[in-house]
Design a protein. Sequence first.
Length: 312
Amino acid sequence: MRHDESLPATPRRPLRLAAAAALLCLGLAGCGDGDGPVRGQAGPTATGAATPAPSAPAPSSAVPTPVKSPSRTASPSASVSRTPAAPTGPLSGKTVVIDPGHNPTNHLHTAEINRQVDIGTGHKACDTTGTATNGGYAEAEFTLDVAHRLRKLLRAEGADVVLTYDRDRAFGPCVDERARIGNREHADAVVSIHADGSAAGNRGFHVILPAAVRGGGADTSKIVEPSRDLGTRIAGLFVRSTGSSPSNYVGGKTGLDVRKDLGGLNLSTVPKVFIECGNMRDPKDAALLTDAGWRQKAAQGIADGISSYLKG
Ligand code: ZN
């Protein structure tokens, strides 16, 4: 609303490809996380009884806050698309990792993306193809488009922004690698962008928060609370920016869900949430998701939520 709704995708930036990017996930213990078929809140740790997303405080002054040292140990095991921050801004010194869900060419690599990877509490496919609207607009294209818009907004506030991928690989990353990229970057916040593929009539967005899980390589004990703060702010400001309602089929209309079956959350050691921006299989939601102006509002809402969280 506050921005040019016909804003084109951010100009492509040079990618910094690590040497072994072409290795993808082969031979590793695991790869990425789709939104997966399981959509329950099973288990005592799934405390989906979230309070309604509040309108997050909007600090008017840039109060100096401790800045985490973004010591970057460039791992050769992954490629990322890194965009330098603006020289100054309220988010200077902060690192945000944006994870565009799926990959538009995953469907050409079914064997690779179906490989099981370790998500800490079990095993799951490396990645999934994602969904699409009935008209054929792929979720993976949607997620990249929103990611580019979000990157531009966050950069303008001075954040250092890293994308987990940007059309620089044939499939994936696998879900575990998506998590590792955020960890390696010591990200102050990570958001995985998605749109859902549920039944027609199911509408609205929801933000997925990590459950408290521990097992294998997963231990979310340190990120559950900050992730809830991040996700709650995003939900509240997503409503404000898009006018969309919280999901009418997940999360009890709070706009928040808690899951322990997503490797991208289970394996994260930094605050992280997913957002399902709408339901691609519902015609009314699809009309929004395919509209560039709406996607700009969606990116703005997510950016506002991240910014609110990072400013504290
Ligand atoms: Zn998805």
